[in-house]
Design a protein. Structure first.
Length: 447
């Protein structure tokens, strides 16, 4: 039984028909081969040989079809990358196509889809939240000179040793089941290592941050975006997150990324994906300071966005009575205020801070939190809000909770949680103080 293609499948198939050669060979999971061949008239590795080749070309030996099936399993599931590259060359594979359903298969999820987002042998061409398409590049123009972890002894040793735990040989990828490109996190690490190079003069920091900048430009979508999510989609928010730390750095993809953001900005909303026509409050609040800092908001759009965010705030100070949503919205407004000194947002920030405070127990933990119910990055975001509105007692309480209870082994995404905490601390206290505080916290971890 063959499941008919969804709307998003059809969108991907149409892209393939318009943008790939007619004689291209695709690596797809075997049962998806029927849909690919029928809808795009392209060849796959297994079903073309097993079913179709005999109608159009010389029929294959039955053993060839059996071997093609076995080899396609290896290509999808093996983590022996050199073996995978070799097989793809043998079968003349040009593209890899995966949909949401097949991506969830363990052998695909923890095999090829684990490393295709960061390995430079694969160039991301298309994502839409269901389908993902990569071009296989047998001899990529960009390969790391040294895939080893960076070693450093000195005042920044604790932080560097922590970050290097996540080094894949190409990038830094979190310890979870998420999309392993983690482009926005790598942009933050590039900025941090550029700072460490300035402070220490150690060439290895320079080599690593320059590699990350080149790698990000290589992995950037043609439209300037950076995909995120499982399955990945073309989210404006994560492209903004990726560009934010790169503003003052020489990044080859910056101009393309800025043009991408400009196209997503409408008169009174920001497109969250290429198909979005209404925007999203929480995403817009988080993008507000980034787009402002890049100078991408004209006066009309800026006023419309601020008016929209302020109008959506409830009388109790929350946004949609959501703790997480209120904190990220207030965080975005707080950062915007820090950059702009726009007094219009202060009353909303103060109301939000009081509402957040009301959601805490006397000891500072959020009400209803059982065990380690909230990432400590959420507490760090609240800390920054309190910092901006001058609620010093609550700010210090948040910092104390982070210092005393942060547990990397309980964080679903330990790399992102740590870098999110660092971002909030940097906004509040500056980069050097943020490094010192975070290093003291990390030194206590058994991770």
């Amino acid at each position: 039984y063959i499941t008919p293609p969804t709307v998003k499948d059809k969108e991907a198939f149409e892209w393939i028909k318009e943008n790939t050669p007619k004689d291209a060979v695709f690596l797809v999971w075997w049962d998806l081969g029927y849909l690919l061949i029928g809808n795009t008239h392209r060849k796959d590795v297994v079903m073309w040989k097993k079913v179709y080749q005999g109608f159009f070309e010389e029929a294959p030996d039955p053993q060839e079809a059996i071997k093609a099936y076995a080899d396609h399993v290896v290509m999808f599931s093996s983590t022996q990358k050199e073996r995978v590259y070799h097989l793809m060359k043998i079968y003349n594979v040009s593209y890899v196509y995966v949909d949401r359903y097949r991506r969830a298969y363990g052998l695909i999820k923890y095999g090829l889809m684990e490393y295709a987002p960061y390995d430079t042998h694969f160039k991301t061409l298309f994502v839409n939240g269901n389908s993902e398409l990569y071009r296989f590049i047998p001899n990529p123009s960009l390969l790391p000179k040294d895939q080893g972890k960076l070693e450093h002894s000195g005042s920044y040793e604790v932080l560097v040793n922590f970050l290097e735990k996540f080094w894949t040989g190409y990038n830094y990828a979190d310890f979870d089941d998420g999309y392993k490109g983690d482009y926005f996190l790598n942009a933050r690490i590039a900025k941090l290592y550029a700072y460490l190079y300035q402070k220490t003069g150690e060439e290895k920091f320079k080599e690593r941050y320059e590699w990350l900048l080149n790698w990000l430009a290589y992995k950037q979508l043609e439209n300037g975006g950076f995909p995120e999510g499982v399955p990945p989609n073309d989210f404006t928010l994560y492209t903004a997150f990726t560009l934010e730390p790169l503003k003052e750095m020489f990044f080859k993809g910056k101009e393309t990324g800025v043009e991408y953001l400009k196209e997503r900005i409408k008169n009174d909303y920001i497109m969250t994906t290429p198909k979005d026509r209404k925007g999203d409050l929480f995403a817009e609040a988080q993008m507000l300071p980034i787009l402002y800092e890049y100078g991408l908001l004209n006066e009309t759009v800026l006023n419309n966005l601020i008016t929209k965010i302020l109008k959506e705030q409830r009388k109790d100070g929350s946004w949609k009575k959501s703790l997480g949503g209120t904190i990220v919205t207030a965080f975005g407004l707080a950062r915007y205020y820090q950059l702009s000194r726009d007094e219009r947002v202060i009353p909303a920030l103060e109301k939000a801070a009081e509402w957040i405070k009301d959601q805490q127990e006397e000891n500072g933990h959020f009400k209803g939190e059982k065990g380690y119910g909230y990432s400590r990055a959420t507490y760090a975001n609240a800390l920054f809000v309190y910092h901006v509105v001058g609620m010093t007692k609550e700010e210090e309480q948040m910092l104390s909770i982070i210092k005393n209870t942060y547990d990397l082994n309980k964080e679903p995404r330990p790399l992102q949680a740590t870098l999110d905490i660092f971002r909030a601390l940097e906004y509040a206290y500056g980069i050097e103080n943020a490094i010192k505080i975070l290093s003291d916290i990390l030194a206590l971890q058994n991770f």
